[in-house]
Design a protein around this ligand. Structure first.
Ligand SMILES: Nc1ncnc2c1ncn2[C@@H]1O[C@H](COP(=O)(O)OP(=O)(O)OP(=O)(O)O)[C@@H](O)[C@H]1O
Length: 288
């Protein structure tokens, strides 16, 4: 299976924050959701993938190519959507398109017009009058109209209402079905991922803690519930973090088999949601 994005031992240090030695592979033809708490390093990683920020060390390769020699060729094949405002707000969409289109050999005017129609966007109204949802649709129309193989989005659903979020996820789903695309997008709305993600990459405090198939998460992690008297300094080592209440404890583990062997029928095991995994991992970090 080909990887479209490969990061190898990538590090980047800011004052008070560090991306530490991330190695990440994004599989061709699938949707990978990139999750992590606020400030975990998602945007920083995406900027390095887009060559908007240079790593201090490590290698970034896209389609097996490096940016030093192939920047134009790589960017031609990527559609990039991000949350920050990318428009000249005093222009309308028609004028904005005239700026963007010539950058791409593969620009497809018909496809652009299809998106404009599908999203019901006005071509002659100034972009500064657009709502947040309209701006996101406009970004998508501009990013997808050169037929990119790889679509990278930094928090495309943030701040969007549930109806448009669903619409956006459906569009991405359609793109995956109709064409052979790869999508990599960051979000902290984990329920978005239930709909379309095949793989999950999870970053915490600048480290990649998980990058694997979505459905395998429930085999690798479990929520454990049991009585407080099962816990002591030894057994607690099995857990990423533990929530204790008078009625018992609830905890996340990534040592599922060992917990089963240790506690047998004295505990209840449940499948964690992505939100559970993020919550307990973040809590573990805070308590550590
Ligand atoms: N150019 C920069 N200079 C200094 N620090 C930075 C810079 N860019 C990002 N950071 C810091 O790096 C950390 C990670 O930020 P980043 O934007 O990558 O997180 P994120 O996971 O995308 O968060 P969010 O979900 O809130 O958007 C933060 O502490 C941020 O303040």
């Amino acid at each position: 299976m080909n990887n479209v994005i490969e990061l190898h031992n990538v590090s980047k240090k800011f004052k008070g924050f560090e991306i530490r030695n991330i190695s990440l592979e994004v599989k061709s033809g699938f949707v990978t959701g990139f999750i992590g708490a606020n400030g975990a390093g998602k945007s920083t990683t995406i900027k390095m993938i887009m060559n908007l920020l240079a790593p201090d060390s490590g290698e970034v390769s896209i389609f097996g190519l490096d940016y030093a020699k192939n920047e134009k060729q790589i960017k031609e094949r990527i559609g990039f959507v991000y949350d920050d405002n990318v428009f000249y707000e005093s222009l309308n969409l028609k004028e904005m398109k005239k700026i963007v289109a010539p950058s791409y050999q593969q620009w497809d005017e018909k496809l652009f017009n299809n998106y404009i129609e599908r999203f019901n966007l006005p071509l002659n109204k100034k972009i500064k009058t657009f709502s947040k949802g309209m701006k996101m649709k406009a970004s998508l129309a501009l990013a997808l109209s050169h037929n990119p193989e790889l679509i990278i989005m930094d928090e495309p659903t943030s701040g969007l209402d549930p109806v448009f979020r669903r619409e956006l996820l459906e569009l991405l789903h359609d793109l995956m079905i109709e064409e052979d695309k790869t999508i990599f997008f960051s979000t902290h709305i984990t329920t978005d991922l239930d709909r379309i993600a095949d793989y999950i990459a999870f970053i915490q405090n600048g480290r990649l803690v998980y990058n694997n198939e979505f459905h395998l998460i429930s085999e690798e992690y479990a929520i454990v519930k049991g009585a407080l008297d099962l816990l002591d300094s030894e057994t607690e080592k099995e857990f990423i973090s533990i929530r204790k209440a008078n009625t018992g404890f609830e905890a996340l583990t990534s040592n599922v088999q060992s917990v089963k062997d240790m506690f047998g029928k004295n505990i209840i095991l449940e499948k964690p949601s992505l939100e559970d995994i993020m919550y307990y991992s973040q809590r573990g970090k805070v308590n550590a």
